[in-house]
Design a protein around this ligand. Structure first.
Ligand SMILES: Nc1nc2c(ncn2[C@@H]2O[C@H](COP(=O)(O)OP(=O)(O)OP(=O)(O)O)[C@@H](O)[C@H]2O)c(=O)[nH]1
Ligand SMILES: [Mg+2]
Length: 424
C-alpha cells in the first residue's frame, strides 16, 4: 500500500529509490567479489560487445569488396540542379580507392579497382514510381556494394517530392541535372511542315510514338547530347537505366571495371530488329557518311551484325539501348561526333523517328572493333516486353529471379545469333 501510494503520488521518487538500491548492491558485490567486479566493468562489457559485432560484421565483409566497409567515401549532399561545382577532368586510369586499412595492415587485400563511372537516368517527374523501382533494384543487386553515383536528367526541374523519394534509396551521391534547352527541343531550322507530315505518315502506319515530338527529342538527346551534359563531364563510363525495368540477378563483379580492363566501349543484354518505318533513310545516310569518311570505319568492325550483304542493306539489327553500359569517350570522340553531326544535318530525328538504339548500334558496330562490343550474358534484365535471363552457372551465381527458359536471346526477332556469329 505504501509502495503503491509512493508510486502513484510520485513516480520519479520511486525510480530514484530503485536506482539507488541497484547501485548500492553493485557496489557491495564489487567490494566483496573480485570476479564480479571484473565481469561487470564497463571496459569488459564494451570489449564483449565489440567481439560480437566483429564476428557478425566480418562474416558479411568476407563476401563484400572492402569499399563497402569504407563509409567515408562520399559527400552526403551532392544533390544539385545547377552544375557549377562539377569537376571536369576525365580519369582514364582505374582509380584505387585508399582505405584506412591499406595504410596499416599487411595481410589485408588491396582495395577493389573502381572505374570512373556513373549511372545515367533520363526521366520525367511523372516517371517517379518507375524510377524508384529501377533504382531500388540496381542498388539491391549491385550498387549497395559499390556506391557508384547517380545522375538524373530532365528537361524540366525535378520536384522536391521526386528528389526526396529518390534520395532515400541510396547513400551514393545523387545529382539532379537540368538539360540545356538546345540539347532537348526541336531546333528552329527543322522544317516543321515536313516534320508534321512525317509524323502523320507514321501514325497512319500504326507505329508506336509516331506522333510524339517529345519522344523524338528524347531519341535525339540520347543519341547526341547526354554525354555533353555538364554533370557527366567528369565521368567516362555510364550505365543507362530507365523507369520500370527489372534487374533479375546479383551483379557479382563490377561491370564498369570489366569494360575498362577489357577495353570495351559498348555493351548490351538484348538485341533485336528495328521498326523499319522509323528509319527509312538512316542506312543510306550512314553509307553516305562512310563514303565521305572511310577512315572512321574500324578494320575489325561488326558490319556483319548490321548487314547480311556486305553493307548494301541494313538488316535492322540493333542493341536495345534502354540498357547500356558504355564509354562516353567513344561518343565524345571524333568519329562519332562527325557521324552525329552528319545525321543531325539531315533532320531525320524529326522528319523520321530515328532512335538512339539504331544510331548507337550502327556507330559501335562500324567505328569500334568487334572486340570492343560486349554482351553481358550474366546480367538479368527486363524492359517490357522483352527480357534477357541468364542460364546455368550465371543464373545460379546471380541468384536470378527470372525463369531461365524465358529469355529473348534466340527468339525469332533477336539478333544475338548474328552477334555471336561475329566471333565464330
Ligand atoms: N525528361 C524526359 N524524359 C523522357 C521523356 N520521354 C522519355 N523520357 C525518358 O527517356 C527514356 C526512354 O523513354 P521511354 O518512354 O521509356 O521510351 P522507350 O523505352 O522507347 O519506350 P517504352 O519504355 O516502351 O515507353 C526513359 O528513361 C524515359 O523516362 C521526356 O519527355 N522527358
Ligand atoms: Mg523505356
Amino acid at each position: 500500500m505504501a509502495a503503491f501510494s509512493l508510486f502513484s503520488s510520485s513516480p520519479r521518487r520511486f525510480i530514484l529509490v530503485i536506482i539507488v538500491a541497484v547501485v548500492t548492491i553493485h557496489y557491495v558485490l564489487s567490494m566483496l567479489h573480485n570476479d564480479y567486479s571484473r565481469l561487470a566493468s564497463f571496459s569488459n562489457i564494451s570489449e564483449k560487445w565489440q567481439q560480437a559485432h566483429d564476428r557478425v560484421f566480418n562474416s558479411t565483409a568476407a563476401t563484400l569488396p572492402p569499399l563497402f566497409l569504407n563509409d567515408t567515401d562520399y559527400d552526403d549532399d551532392l544533390s544539385v540542379v545547377t552544375t557549377t561545382e562539377t569537376e571536369t577532368t576525365t580519369t582514364t586510369e582505374l582509380i584505387e580507392v585508399p582505405t584506412a586499412e591499406t595504410t596499416t595492415a599487411v595481410d589485408i587485400p588491396s582495395p577493389p579497382k573502381r572505374a570512373n563511372a556513373t549511372f545515367v537516368f533520363l526521366c520525367r517527374n511523372s516517371d517517379l514510381n518507375g524510377v524508384v523501382s529501377s533504382m531500388r533494384q540496381m542498388e539491391d543487386r549491385f550498387n549497395r556494394h559499390y556506391g557508384y553515383p547517380w545522375v538524373l536528367l530532365n528537361e524540366e526541374p525535378f520536384t522536391e517530392e521526386f528528389k526526396e523519394r529518390v534520395r532515400v534509396l541510396t547513400d551514393a551521391p545523387i545529382q539532379f541535372g537540368l538539360i540545356p534547352h538546345d540539347h532537348w527541343y526541336q531546333p528552329d531550322w527543322i522544317d516543321e511542315d515536313r516534320a508534321r507530315a512525317g509524323r502523320s505518315r507514321m501514325m497512319a502506319q500504326g507505329i508506336i510514338y509516331a506522333g510524339s515530338v517529345p519522344y523524338r527529342n528524347m531519341c535525339r538527346f540520347n543519341s547526341g547530347f547526354f554525354f555533353k551534359h555538364e554533370l557527366l563531364q567528369q565521368y567516362r563510363y555510364y550505365w543507362r537505366v530507365e523507369p520500370g525495368v527489372q534487374f533479375f540477378c546479383d551483379v557479382t563483379y563490377d561491370p564498369f571495371v570489366y569494360m575498362q580492363e577489357h577495353n570495351k566501349v559498348y555493351s548490351f543484354t538484348i538485341s533485336l530488329i528495328e521498326w523499319e518505318p522509323t528509319i527509312p533513310t538512316l542506312w543510306s545516310t550512314t553509307k553516305e557518311f562512310i563514303k565521305r569518311n572511310p577512315e572512321y570505319l574500324h578494320p575489325n568492325n561488326s558490319l556483319r551484325f548490321l548487314s547480311d550483304n556486305g553493307g548494301v542493306g541494313y538488316n535492322l539489327c540493333h542493341f536495345w539501348s534502354n540498357f547500356e553500359i558504355a564509354d562516353m569517350e567513344f561518343w565524345r570522340g571524333e568519329a562519332y561526333q562527325k557521324f552525329f553531326d552528319h545525321l543531325e544535318s539531315k533532320g531525320g530525328f524529326y522528319y523520321e523517328r530515328w532512335g538512339d538504339a539504331p544510331v548507337h548500334s550502327i556507330a559501335a558496330s562500324l567505328f569500334a572493333s568487334k572486340d570492343q562490343v560486349h554482351f553481358f550474358r550474366d546480367i538479368g534484365y527486363r524492359h517490357d516486353p522483352f527480357q534477357h535471363c541468364p542460364s546455368g552457372e550465371d543464373w545460379t551465381r546471380g541468384r536470378c529471379s527470372c525463369d531461365p527458359k524465358d529469355s529473348f536471346d534466340y527468339a525469332p526477332n533477336s539478333c544475338l545469333k548474328r552477334f555471336e556469329a561475329l566471333y565464330e
